[in-house]
Design a protein around this ligand. Structure first.
Ligand SMILES: C[S@@+](CC[C@H](N)C(=O)[O-])C[C@H]1O[C@@H](n2cnc3c(N)ncnc32)[C@H](O)[C@@H]1O
Ligand SMILES: Nc1nc2[nH]cc(C(=O)O)c2c(=O)[nH]1
Ligand code: SF4
Ligand SMILES: [Mg+2]
Length: 234
């Protein structure tokens, strides 16, 4: 029996840009592959999730590769200031498992290994696959008409507007926070970023307006802006 390896697109240290933890320093571990889109532009129109803003194919990004649990934990720990250098670790180390769809690969053992290394473990998931039950923070982001198996979460973060996934459809989901996140435009309109020239997508004025209006009419929903895109950070 071979040792299990995880396929990772990229690993980077930044601020969580979205939702209830926005502004919090975090290591992002972006797992390769998704079950709702094959990741190619040709495949986009036929995908269940057709508006994805992320390249999650392969293992060729920053610190990407195929890793055992031990290797992955070490690389993630290395990104946290001071964590492996015997210095005082400030703040609770925080890792966000994302992708692609991280639930295709993330398991209980890896979550536990990250926790044993001192990390609080978060996931960004589309909610169509079962999750390990020891994750500390679950951000559920439903897509189109896909069927959810995750119905309980810390935050529900719905990309808006989605014709097949109107907010009312998720009244039954238990969540401590409910966010609408404007769907990003693939022609960037306004972003206060020095990377504007190379940007493929950014904030959409009209989707943001629609989300603001919806939240003000239905105040159980709050607005989530992708602040990292405004800041020009990863
Ligand atoms: C790239 S996904 C990866 C994690 C997981 N597959 C999911 O969909 O939640 C990370 C987050 O970005 C959001 N997202 C993806 N494309 C977006 C877009 N065009 N505009 C706004 N948010 C988007 C997703 O809804 C999700 O909350
Ligand atoms: N800064 C930053 N915050 C994020 N929150 C969720 C992200 C994701 O792609 O999962 C993301 C991301 O890619 N960058
Ligand atoms: S489910 Fe998540 S990773 Fe997959 S295509 Fe949609 S936004 Fe992208
Ligand atoms: Mg992102």
């Amino acid at each position: 029996m071979g040792t299990k390896t995880y396929r990772v697109k990229e690993i980077f240290y930044t601020l969580q840009g979205e939702g209830a933890q926005a502004g919090r320093p975090a290591v992002f571990c972006r797992f390769s592959r998704c079950n709702l889109w094959n990741g190619t532009e040709e495949g986009r129109s036929a995908a269940i999730c057709s508006f994805c803003d992320t390249d999650f194919i392969g293992t060729d990004g920053h610190l990407g590769g195929r890793y055992t649990s031990g290797q992955l934990v070490e690389i993630i720990q290395d990104q946290w200031p001071g964590a492996t250098k015997g210095e005082h670790v400030q703040g609770k180390p925080y890792v966000v498992c994302t992708g692609g769809e991280p639930a295709l690969q993330l398991d209980k053992d890896l979550v536990l290994a990250l926790q044993n290394a001192g990390f609080e473990v978060a996931i960004e998931t589309n909610g169509t696959l079962p999750l390990p039950d020891n994750i500390d923070w679950v951000c559920l982001s439903p897509k189109g008409d896909s069927e959810l198996v995750v119905i309980d979460c810390d935050e529900l973060k719905l990309v808006y507007p989605q014709g097949d996934a109107l907010p009312e459809r998720f009244d039954y989901i238990r969540a401590d926070h409910r966010y609408l996140q404007p769907m990003a435009d693939f022609e960037p309109v306004v972003i206060a970023s020095d990377k504007l020239e190379g940007a493929k997508e950014g904030l959409s004025v009209s989707n943001t307006r629609k989300a603001v209006q919806y939240c003000m009419k239905h105040p159980q929903w709050k607005l989530s802006l992708q602040t990292h895109k405004m800041l020009g950070i990863e």
